[in-house]
Design a protein around this ligand. Structure first.
Ligand code: TPP
Ligand code: MG
Length: 368
């Protein structure tokens, strides 16, 4: 009887190893093979440059709407780098760098953002799910995979990504609960980029962290500097090892920032200040990582220059291949097929409107 403080298990740690002033906590520095560092740096650089190039293509009318990832490379690469081919990746829609590191081709990404069904096809050998646009829905798919892994008694791990906005969806809470109850091998990676379109994190939750939501479900949670690839790697490594050894799920909150617009269809100047963006530009995860690698002589200045060239060529070649393929495929009108046996009138209206628009564009192109 009476009232006493319960001694609940788990607290929430915040992990930062290489901070924005380039100060390194060497006691916490993860032991990452040089080979893995070089792979991660290439993937982060490729992710950044491809993102920038896609924005140009979108502005030129050569691809449709897409969600840029700039500023979130460390959160994606530092986590996905821990997965084996036999593990599962369950992305949302802002994980282009992670998906490419897992083996998705840039051609596939370009076809997807031009409306071609072919851009959604995942090779049968690839243990990745397609992008999920309905916010937080993929977290449940990840738990389903986690249950399947347990049932089959393999040591695969499932990693799912979602944003800060997703934590307000019922799906997220059901997923965390179910994963904890059944001790599924799922690593939940939240990319807290501070914004859900125009809704800031302060209007998303009244809690001090998103990581602490793990406690209510009985699983470990940790908040990390999401622009610090070493911290992301270290936290994910713990979570992946725990999941692989039967220790159940973990929630990792990567505190990061969306430097660009939500998608190419909105103007962030309407809802946030330039000063805020500038503050986060100075915390650029790529600059921080590059300086660390140069200081440790894991890469040299000339490696860096060669890599830029190499990545640029790879991106250009992917664009050329994708544009050729799109010509072969013709207009992407079959995006309207295969869902209904008889296309509903409102979709037919959209299909006709798109067909007209594409035809007009082609005519204008021919006239110069
Ligand atoms: C269920 C659902 N509701 C609304 C939307 C429209 N929508 C697309 S992205 C988004 C915000 C997502 O924010 P967050 O989870 O923080 O991810 P971020 O876009 O920042 O990566 C919303 C509301 C949607 N796609 N799905
Ligand atoms: Mg967000």
């Amino acid at each position: 009887m009476g009232r006493k403080r319960l001694a609940l298990p788990n607290n929430i740690d915040y992990l930062s190893i290489l901070d924005e002033n380039h100060t390194l906590d060497s006691a916490l520095e993860p032991d990452i093979p040089e080979e893995v560092h070089r792979k991660m740096f290439r993937a982060a650089l490729l992710g950044r440059r491809f993102d920038e190039r896609m924005l140009d293509l979108q502005r030129q009318g050569r691809i449709g709407t897409f969600p840029p990832i700039k500023g979130q490379e460390a959160a994606q690469i530092g986590s996905v780098a821990l997965l084996r081919d036999s593990d599962w990746l369950v992305p949302a829609f802002r994980e282009t760098a992670a998906e490419i590191m897992r083996g998705r081709s840039m051609e596939s990404v370009l076809l997807y953002y031009n409306g071609y069904n072919e851009g959604t096809i995942i090779p049968a050998t690839q243990r990745d799910l397609p992008m999920a646009i309905p916010v937080a829905s993929q977290t449940l798919h990840a738990v389903g995979l986690g249950l399947a892994v347990k049932y089959r008694k393999t040591d695969a791990v499932v990693m799912t990504f979602f944003g800060d906005g997703a934590t307000s969806e019922g799906d997220f809470h059901e997923a965390l609960n179910c994963a904890a109850v059944y001790q599924c091998p799922v690593v939940f990676v939240c990319q807290n980029n501070q914004w859900a379109i125009s809704v800031p994190i302060a209007k998303q939750t009244h809690a001090a962290t998103l990581a602490q939501k793990a406690l209510a479900y009985g699983m470990p949670g940790i908040q990390v500097d999401g622009n610090d690839i070493l911290a992301v790697y270290a936290a994910t490594s713990e979570a992946v090892n725990r999941a692989r050894q039967g220790g159940g799920p973990t929630l990792i909150e990567c505190v990061t920032y969306r430097i660009m617009m939500h998608t190419t269809a909105d103007d962030p100047k309407k809802y946030r200040s330039e000063e805020e963006v500038e503050l986060w530009r100075r915390r650029d995860p790529l600059v921080r990582y590059e300086k660390y690698l140069l200081q440790k002589s894991i890469i040299t200045e000339s490696d860096r220059t060669a890599l830029e060239e190499d990545v640029k060529k790879e991106i250009q070649s992917a664009i050329d291949t994708a544009e050729l393929r799109m010509q072969e495929l013709g207009d992407p009108l079959d995006m309207f097929d295969h869902l209904y046996a008889n296309i509903p009138p409102r979709l037919q209206v959209q299909k006709t409107a798109l067909a007209d628009e594409l035809e007009n564009r082609d005519r204008e192109d021919h006239h110069g």
